[in-house]
Design a protein around this ligand. Structure first.
Ligand SMILES: Nc1ncnc2c1ncn2[C@@H]1O[C@H](COP(=O)(O)OP(=O)(O)OP(=O)(O)O)[C@@H](O)[C@H]1O
Ligand SMILES: O=c1[nH]cnc2c1ncn2[C@@H]1O[C@H](CO)[C@@H](O)[C@H]1O
Length: 432
């Protein structure tokens, strides 16, 4: 487990504990710190298109659109003829998140989903496996006869991305392939709201089983919302799922508005905190917000400039560490915001995955907390059951830095971790 982000370390963080056992790529619940993700396994087929192309096929821009197989094929073939396809890349919002987690933490994660039982060279499954970190344990995947999903990722000249999703067998994941002991030993379980639109498909029951297992074993449940119209179309079901199971909710500002009715991210977060414990809202060029709970007796005042927007002095206690609401004697809502790292890259070719990247940083910090607690149980950092290792403010910095890296690497999956030294910036960024 790597240290989450960079900073002058105040507490002892044992980075590489020698392990008496032989190294193993399989996750061993009693020995490893890991997270588990459930996803619709998807390969991203990346193509450059014009706005007219989207209009021709009646595809709403900026969203993830489920389409029938024939239409996806027609689009795909026109893109092949136009020579517009630049790459095939492993995708899936949770696949991306746990891959990035494994790259950042240099540690294991488990992917639950389907995979073609026979993988042919050049097939969607082949591209998926080739572009996934070897630290992602794929031993629990369910083999299927057909293909994994195909997500045609169309990038318009303004850098916006629009998905056309052809599901193939991606929704066939059955509850029998949810390994309860693996979920029970995880530092967090992460899922997206996308499977909620696969009405009547086995993945819905599989997802419910995984959520129930995580809840029964007090494993924090993290959910990302996916895309705005998914939230608009399944709002009641999503709200109920969050209320029943979710501890950390991740969304962008459009999804937050669709869920809560508030366009303003702080008001949206305030509303969402009525049904969950922590909320990450990414807001594109406005940076990101991380909001949650801490206990009155452990609140810590920020030494950053105090900001006011729709909530007065909202970041006053952003140096506090997040807790589950039910673990607080006197819960206090805490809000933190950060502008894009270095103002954002000079030129953004494609924002795909920047939000998922932010979430993988939060997951890394949560897992680092579990790891630290396991190896240093008597540390003062664990006097109370905190949800993460770092403060809200520090988590914002780390998440923001990772989003920037996704934007500059121009791909939703990191090919390498963050640089050990940040030449581009004064050290102050990582300090309190
Ligand atoms: N135009 C931009 N300028 C500067 N930073 C940006 C810009 N767009 C995104 N970012 C950075 O990336 C983070 C996440 O971006 P965004 O809100 O677009 O995520 P998203 O819509 O959830 O993405 P995805 O669903 O593709 O993962 C922002 O919080 C910010 O740090
Ligand atoms: O319906 C879906 N289910 C799962 N993942 C999806 C869906 N639509 C798009 N993405 C995934 O979201 C990532 C960027 O955030 C992309 O890599 C894409 O594969």
């Amino acid at each position: 487990m790597k240290f989450p982000g960079l900073r002058k370390i105040k507490h002892y963080f044992p980075v590489s504990q020698p392990k008496p056992q032989l190294p193993s790529l399989d996750v061993r619940p009693a020995l490893d710190t890991y997270i588990v993700g459930l996803d619709q396994t998807i390969v991203d087929v990346v193509a450059s298109v014009s706005d007219e192309f989207l209009a021709k096929y009646d595809i709403p821009k900026g969203l993830s659109n489920l389409v029938e197989h024939d239409k996806a094929n027609r689009i795909y073939h026109e893109l092949v003829v136009n020579n517009a396809i630049s790459d095939h890349f492993a995708g899936g919002t949770i696949g991306n998140t746990i891959h990035n987690y494994s790259v950042l933490a240099d540690d294991k994660s488990v992917l639950l989903g389907v995979m073609s039982a026979n993988i042919a060279l050049g097939s969607p499954a082949y591209h998926y496996v080739c572009h996934t970190s070897s630290k992602v344990d794929m031993n629990h995947l369910q083999g299927v006869a057909g293909d994994i999903g195909r997500g045609i990722t169309m990038i318009t000249p303004d850098g916006e991305r629009t998905f056309v999703i052809d599901p193939s067998d991606m929704d066939q994941l059955a509850p029998d392939y949810i390994p309860t002991p693996i979920i029970a030993g995880a530092a967090a379980f992460v899922v997206s709201a996308y499977p909620l639109r696969a009405t009547g498909q086995p993945i819905q029951q599989a997802m419910l089983k995984a959520l129930a297992d995580a809840k029964a074993h007090q494993v924090p449940v993290v959910m990302s919302l996916g895309t705005r119209h998914l939230v608009e179309e399944n709002r009641a079901q999503i709200l109920q799922t969050i209320h029943d199971y979710v501890n950390v909710l991740a969304m962008n500002e459009q999804e937050a508005e669709a869920l809560t009715g508030f366009r303003d991210p702080l008001l949206a977060a305030e509303a969402a905190l009525e049904i969950t414990d922590m909320v990450l809202i990414t807001a594109g060029a406005e940076g990101l917000y991380l909001c949650g709970y801490t206990d009155e007796r452990t609140k810590r005042e920020s030494s950053n400039p105090i900001k006011s927007a729709s909530l007065a002095d909202f970041n006053r206690f952003e140096f506090s560490r997040p807790m589950l609401r039910r673990h607080c004697q006197q819960p206090l809502k805490v809000y933190s915001h950060i502008d894009p790292y270095l103002g954002g890259p000079e030129r953004i070719k494609n924002t795909n995955g920047a939000g998922d990247g932010a979430l993988s940083a939060i997951l890394h910090d949560m897992a680092a907390n579990s790891y630290h607690k396991q190896v240093q149980p008597l540390s003062s950092k664990h006097e109370l059951p905190y949800l993460a290792y770092s403060s809200f403010a520090q988590l914002c910095k780390y998440a923001n830095r990772v989003s920037y890296e996704i934007l500059v690497q121009n791909a939703p999956r990191l090919s390498k971790g963050l640089p050990e030294r940040e030449d581009s910036l004064e050290e102050a960024y990582w300090e309190r």
